[in-house]
Design a protein around this ligand. Structure first.
Ligand code: SF4
Length: 347
């Protein structure tokens, strides 16, 4: 792993805070430091765009305004209020975590990062966000925005698909982390979504453009570095069934690993498509020499622009149900297309 030099870059974090003071987005959860509301907001917006999830968030908070109300609710009702957000395991987890807070913390939301992390469904990012925003914890809430901004600012070529990326970028984030980590984390969220976007970042408007090495050396498009490899670790595979208006994207396998020359779905998607993930199905499949566990994400792209961007940035073949019969797919993927066609009649 590349070594990070311990130089003080806190002035960069402070610059970002200065920008945030006058440019922070006006969002309802920005008016509170109630850890319950911040926690729900972080979970809701994990895989959902703010514009898409805001009504759901408001409705959820209106019906379940505090930990006690949520803990005492029926699971089915919690699921009902989660409708439209997808990833229902998140709803089940927040319900269980609310009961955990009642039972293990006497109904008081834990204030320590390590304790927040013990809540069902809470990962390091969410724990850092709640701890920093509500309890002044000095912890960067590292997510894809951090990876992108930091790799560009430092022109750092650490591969963000590497399993060590979280720890690496957490260390890098600490170099610029100012005292007010709560605002800093939210500033990074706003900068990443409004200015330092994955595609076509608005460098001219960026508060960090005088410090950003990638920008100053005209290499913004080189960062972040992400190797394009099939995400197959051991016996696990991941696919994204990316579709729009009855068309879906496929490619022919080139490597010798398994299923050589057969067609498959996209093994990865861009950040822009993540909000369009509607569901995931895990399929177990036995080969003579391997037991495969295949996760297939249903990515229903509601935006023509996002679809066009993804299609033009990649070499996938655009297929449909009829033409897919002219090609050979591994059995689990063939079954997926058939089931999808039968269930939804939209292909
Ligand atoms: S200057 Fe451009 S690339 Fe650098 S942080 Fe700002 S928006 Fe991102």
């Amino acid at each position: 792993m590349e070594k990070i030099e311990k130089t003080d870059f806190k002035y960069i974090g402070n610059k970002l805070l200065g920008w945030y003071k006058t440019n922070a987005r006006d969002l309802p959860f920005r008016q509170t430091k109630d850890p319950y509301k911040i926690w729900i907001c972080e979970i809701v917006f994990q895989q959902t765009r703010i514009s898409q999830g805001l009504n759901h968030y408001n409705n959820f908070i209106e019906r379940f305004p505090d930990v006690k109300t949520l803990a005492e609710a029926e699971e089915n009702e919690v699921l009902l209020y989660w409708k439209g957000l997808g990833y229902y395991s998140r709803a089940i987890n927040v319900h269980k975590a609310a009961q955990q807070i009642i039972n293990d913390y006497h109904g008081v939301f834990p204030s320590e990062y390590e304790e927040i992390l013990k809540l069902k469904g809470v990962g390091k990012y969410t724990a850092a966000a709640v701890s920093s925003i509500c309890f002044n914890g000095r912890i960067p809430a590292v997510d894809g925005n951090f990876y992108r901004v930091l790799s560009r600012v430092f022109a750092n070529d650490f591969d963000i698909s590497n399993s060590g990326a979280f720890n690496y970028f957490s260390e890098l984030a600490h170099l610029i982390l100012p005292d007010n980590a709560g605002d800093f984390n939210q500033a990074m969220m706003d900068l990443g979504s409004e200015i330092c976007k994955p595609r076509n970042p608005l460098c001219g408007e960026c508060p960090l453009n005088k410090d950003c090495i990638a920008f100053l050396t005209h290499k913004v498009s080189d960062f972040p570095v992400k190797t394009k490899k099939v995400k197959a670790s051991g016996l696990e595979l991941k696919y994204y069934f990316v579709h729009r208006n009855g068309k879906f994207l496929i490619q022919q396998r080139k490597d010798d690993f398994i299923w050589k020359k057969l067609f498959e779905f996209a093994p990865e998607i861009s950040d822009e498509l993540v909000p369009f993930i509607k569901s995931v199905k895990t399929v177990q499949h036995k080969l003579t020499h391997k037991n495969l566990s295949i996760e297939i994400y249903n990515v229903e792209v509601d935006s023509e622009e996002a679809w066009n961007n993804f299609v033009s940035d990649n070499d996938y073949i655009i297929s449909d149900y009829e033409s897919s019969h002219q090609k050979s797919f591994p059995k689990p993927l063939e079954n997926y297309i058939e089931n999808y066609h039968t269930a939804y009649r939209i292909l």
